[in-house]
Design a protein around this ligand. Sequence first.
Ligand code: ZN
Ligand code: ZN
Length: 385
Amino acid sequence: MTAVAGRLDRARAALAVADVEALLLGLGADLRYLTGYTAHALERLTLLVLSSDGPAVLVAPRLEAMAAAACAAATEGLVEVAAWEETQDPYALVASLLDTAAGAGGGPAPEGQRRLLVDAGLPARHLLALQRALGGRSFGLATEVLRDLRIVKTPDEIELLRRAAHAADRVVARIAAGPLVGRTEAEVSRQVRDLLIEEGHEEATFAIVAAGPDGASPHHGAGARRIGPGDPIVLDIGGTVQGYGSDITRMLWVTGADAAVPPSAEFLEAFELVRAANANATAAVRPGARCGDLDAIARTTIREGGFGDAFLHRLGHGIGLEGHEDPYLVAGNDEALRAGSAFSIEPGIYLEGRFGVRIEDIVVCGADGPDVLNEAPRELLVVPG
Ligand code: ZN
Ligand code: ZN
């Protein structure tokens, strides 16, 4: 059985258990997960209609029908493509598909008991139109049934995450080889994007280059600041390999020629604490470990080291076909990790006006403990020029 065939089967079974009439998935990670279909976001409606017992139909605008028919699920005959013409009402088409499926399944459930689940990214214009066309149904989020599937990665998915991680590792090494002095953050960021592609990503998703005090803002983009001796740099970069993301953060220190400006004692103290927080949380990864507890381990390391509340975001996020997805490693999340889940571990310390430190790896929860996908060294990467 192919990957998409297994996923469609499991999704249908979950729909039946949850007593859901159908999944309605627009463009995005859920659709890609179940069908292999990727397409540029258009304002026109593209929607997978997957009912628990009826056929799976991919509703697509006529001009996208050939692309839709080339996706894995369609070529394997698991999904049929229903094209709608420019003058046709696609929402009425969805309504007729659901009525047909309900008829095939022995008649529709009574009004008020019929429930549809949509993906979280479905544009409001589509959702509102669907609600008008599909009166008598209630709507919820597809995560209700797809979350359990997507949160546990198959070996094939983990292999893609590993390939992406190693490609990002190589980019870190090439940036740390310099030169950096005299270049702006934006220039280095553009180079990062080029290198992400060169090293095997199909797309460069983000390239944070935050020098000196800019590093104190965790999601600082990359600006006009010119990098000079004495600058610490937060390098947080990622792209995708067959849709699966990389996301790594390493710390650089630019000394200038002859090691003119070595790292300050305060910076080194913060750096070592973040490294310890990363190592302590990673070591605690195993099936059954609670997401919130991992966050607490890293946070305690930083607090006991004297940097109080300077770790101002959650420890990490799941990663897969989306850069941020379940599970979230955040205080209050009692969810137990499952073998096969993939997520970031990225503690940080942010001191406004001075500097930021973050060290981030992608980690898979293995049956016996952590499988850290990134292999780039975690020590401070000292760049002379
Ligand atoms: Zn990151
Ligand atoms: Zn991240």
